[in-house]
Design a protein around this ligand. Sequence first.
Ligand code: IVH
Length: 693
Amino acid sequence: MSPPAPVRARVDALRAQLHHHAYRYYVLDAPEIPDAEYDRLFTELQQLEAAHPELATPDSPTRRVGGAVLEGFAKVRHRVPMLSIRTETDITEAGAQAFDARVRRELALAEDAPPVAYVAELKFDGLAISLRYEQGVLVQAATRGDGEVGEDVTQNIRTVGQVPLRLQAGGRPVPPVLEVRGEVYMRRDDFEAMNEAQRLKIAQGQKNEKTFVNPRNAAAGAVRQLDPAIARQRPLSFYAYGWGEITPPEAGGPAFASQFELLQALGAWGLPVSDQTRRCVGAADLVAFHREIGSRRDQLPFDIDGVVYKVDDLALQQRLGFVTREPRWAVAHKFPAQEQLTTIEAIDVQVGRTGKLTPVAKLAPVFVGGVTVTNATLHNEDEARRKDVRVGDTVIVRRAGDVIPEVVGVVADKRTHEAPPFTMPACCPVCGSAAVREEGEVDHRCSGGLFCPAQRKQALLHFAQRRAMDVEGLGEKLVDQLVDGGVVRTLPDLYRLGVANLVALERMGEKSAAGLLAGLEASKATTLPRFLFALGIRHVGESTARDLARHFGGLDRILEADVDQLLQVPDVGPVVAESIHRFFAQPHNREVVEQLRACGVHWAEGEPAAQAVLPLAGKTVVLTGTLPTLGRDEAKDLLEAAGAKVAGSVSRKTSYVVAGAEAGSKLDKARELGVPVLDEDGLRRLVAGDLPA
Ligand code: IVH
């Protein structure tokens, strides 16, 4: 029995709406309805299709959900081969010029003939896919395979939101047969989120789960996943960049004159095409495109490994033809690779200024991201264990932009040895003090403090750096000598150096000794923010140092400040306040400060900023109940303007509770803890500076 006409009409309407909204959401990234509304329409369609199976069609939006687990993929013979593309070997800009020169030669263009027009595109780093549309409906998706025969991955590709299941009318009529060629890839943020979720599953003990080394591998794995339910959870994206079989004009298909026109048509039919594609004229434009994309590469939300240039004019493309399996009219022009394979020669542990122990992989030198890399941080023990990096392993090293090189992962099947997993040493590798990992922290720290030569050296270098005390002439080598020779143990020791100590050092003549002493002398005239930053207090960077100086005006007020007063400094939270307080509570740190001043280190002091003298600075007040005249926000504003923090719950740290009518549990709690309780009048006296004893 065929379903009643209204059901059929509703199903058609739902499909049309869902196609439209999927396009808005996935391709244009501009949804018109909330997700919940989409879900509602989707569920309605699913229910109607379940009740009337004869209404199911291959392009129904419900088909994105995927089907049964496969034994393997069926083979698909490409009606138009999926060619590969020649790679320009010169990764500098000369590559673009070489391609243009080749095209001109092969077209036998005279030297003074006008420049050739090109289309320049991004080279997406994913997996090539062919999508076959018949009468505008997606009927098959296939991988490239060997270019002639690929695998049928239709089920999985249907789950990719950006792949239209049905083309939309737009611009020119949709050809009866259209094979779209493009790249399935994974955005970097989707990749990170997916790996994070995978890590969680692994941590929860789920077997057979793994993380992926990069977005390309993750995308390729998802496309070739036999279980479409799993494929559906992998966040894939798609860009169209070309075509295979297309109904020719003589058989009723649309006619195109250029690559660019066809790309625009693909976009109009609802396929995602990159908005980074440019029309270029001549080699100079290609060079400029390569340079521009190269500089923005790291800001793109997905990985690319280069750009692609294509001769724009389809008649010229035809004239140029192919060599073996590569078109003469296109070339891939790569950027320096951001990932390379290398081996781990050792794992060292470095000691930072604050005693932080960092495992660092020593690598067989490898050229990656434009520089030779020999070290890559493993961050901390957990991270090194998570990646299971061991000495002798072959690893993937990544360096993108200015980011420090990192070990992305181990190539597991290249491990032929049985090196043990990495463990953090129990003692500091430099001074032998215990290495401790405090609860809730990921880092191990050397407990040796300034007894540890490594920390001492780092502390001296930090102190002397340009943005701190700016001591000219005090570099790493000299600090090594001074510390290793026992000449300098503390920061003030620097200012006690004389020509005699210095000339005794290797490679130190009288002239350089005099230079360093002059540098030290000049550094004594400084500013309070520089001085505070130079002390190397944990969590106190340049900007916090500036805030502290501005807020307190002078050093002594900072030395005497308690945690509550420190919390009044803009942007200083509990962790930072605690760290500053702890630092100055240590007698030896105070001594260092005094000795530095005694050595002549000086700066101009100022007045504390207005807030510090506010009557309620450092006080925490809790409001409860209804006050007779003041609204809640008014009361809060008054208190905050007087420097108080207004908190939501009562604790031992609460300075006052202001209670009005109908005050509940907060008032009980205040009484229980002995926190002073005030009424509205009391609040007014409080903000005026008339504090109860
Ligand atoms: S065109 C006949 N354009 O690069 C030319 N390929 O072939 C066929 N790729 O795995 C390729 N971005 O999947 C072309 N904008 C782009 C591309 C692109 C990425 C991939 C393609 C293939 C590889 C080289």
